[in-house]
Write a protein that binds this ligand. Structure first.
Ligand code: PGA
Length: 249
């Protein structure tokens, strides 16, 4: 699948020097016409180093999280406007770690998403069910709620990406089966269509223990347009190998 996107979510990992070394290695491994398929989500504090290292390339970067306002009395928060002025073009919204550890709910995430769009940046709405919800056969209900509320204030004319990340597959080495991934992605695409989005134009990324040895079979799936990669994005060789193997699908 030639259009595959590989997005690396570094979470709270890497310092400035490690980030610069990573980017230098990435740019030697990737052909210039492939650069636009790669995206990095570094921790905000090292974004300037990443931006500088990526400057002459087509690799995009974004924030892992932001607040729903640009500035004000919001101690400790990230400004998407500042990130945009530094060169960021995307922002993750509602990663499961934000939902679970920081208790961010769908309404709050919808305000962030709307705000990110208002700046002309691309929000990447992350959705996914917990193991308990899957076992209770509530996966579609949860995904539908996360989409309907999370996108309730979205501008349908502007770009949005969606990442499906089953919570139980994140950082656990447990990969969802290809059937589970296609079923969820198909459901997400259909729900987006029902909601009036041009779902065919919305990149749907899969995330959760994506590695070089499973990207090929996942990339074969009709509704998988790319990956959101945590652990395996910390090492440039593995990150690029995920992309190379996906191309073989
Ligand atoms: P993982 O993380 O690849 O380490 O499972 C994915 C994510 O949290 O985005």
């Amino acid at each position: 699948m030639a259009q595959i996107i590989c997005a690396g979510n570094w979470k709270l990992n890497k310092n400035s020097l490690e980030a610069k070394n990573f980017v230098a290695e990435l740019l030697t491994l990737v052909e210039s016409n492939e650069q636009s398929h790669f995206v990095l989500f570094p921790p905000a504090l090292i974004a300037a180093s990443v931006q500088q290292a990526l400057q002459a390339s087509e690799v995009r970067w974004g924030l892992q999280n932001c607040y729903s306002e640009n500035q004000g009395a919001y101690t400790g928060e990230n400004s998407a406007g500042v990130a945009k002025s530094m060169g960021a073009s995307l922002c993750l919204i509602g990663h499961s770690e934000r939902r679970q550890i920081f208790k961010e709910d769908n309404e709050f995430l919808s305000r962030k998403l709307q705000f990110v769009q208002s700046l002309g940046m691309v929000p990447v709405l992350c959705i996914g069910e917990t193991l308990e919800q899957r076992e209770q056969k509530r996966t579609n209900q949860i995904l539908s709620e996360q989409l309907k509320v999370g996108l309730s204030q979205a501008n349908k004319q502007q770009s949005i990406w969606v990442a499906y990340e089953p919570v139980w597959a994140i950082g656990t080495g447990k990969i969802a089966t290809v059937e589970m991934v296609q079923e969820a992605h198909g459901f997400i695409r259909a729900t987006l269509n029902e909601m009036g989005f041009q779902a065919g134009h919305i990149p749907l990324l899969y995330g959760g223990s994506v590695k070089p040895d499973n990207s090929k079979e996942l990339a074969k799936l009709k509704d998988v347009d790319g990956f959101l990669i945590g652990g395996a994005s910390l090492e440039a060789k593995a990150f690029v190998q995920i992309y190379r193997n996906a191309l073989l699908s």
